[in-house]
Design a protein around this ligand. Sequence first.
Ligand code: ADP
Length: 173
Amino acid sequence: MKNIVAIYPGSFDPVTNGHLDLIHRGSKLFDKLIVAIARNLDKTATLFSMEERKQMLQAMTSELDNVTVDTFEGLLVSYCIQQNANAVLRGIRAISDYEFELQMALMNRKMEPRVETVFMMPAEQYSYLSSRIVREIAKLGGPLNGLVPKMVEERVRERVAQRYISATGKHLL
Ligand code: ADP
């Protein structure tokens, strides 16, 4: 039997129910799944620090024995080799994800043919969900129930309120 270790990379700013749906599916398929928070140099203005994102992911996946949470910098394929991983897990929501994901998967395969990319689809109700939309709804005071776990919702609301106070000197209504 093969021992399949998969890396699920992303920014997880914050973790959503769509990410968790994929993590549950992945934990059933792979022997070991490492959820890896990427330090993305382009995303300068993140809502949460790497450590905060890691803590939230750990809290939300603690019941899954074969899932661990880590952070990484640099090339994903180099991190895969360092972790002895043979697969990368990515989620495909809509057709719009496909082109970018195809390019990434083919480029990663060219750089490191030992690592295969595996795509999974979330449950339909999460197919329009992204961390970005969660951050935007929170900034506009909209409802987050069903999109992120309760604990994450509280952390997001708290952080958005803090940011609003530091930017404007006023409290959010
Ligand atoms: P987001 O796109 O939410 O900012 P990330 O950059 O953290 O998320 O994405 C990490 C991975 O998780 C990507 O493969 C992305 O396609 C996938 N993903 C994100 N949201 C969902 C979702 N709702 N359903 C399935 N996969 C998702």
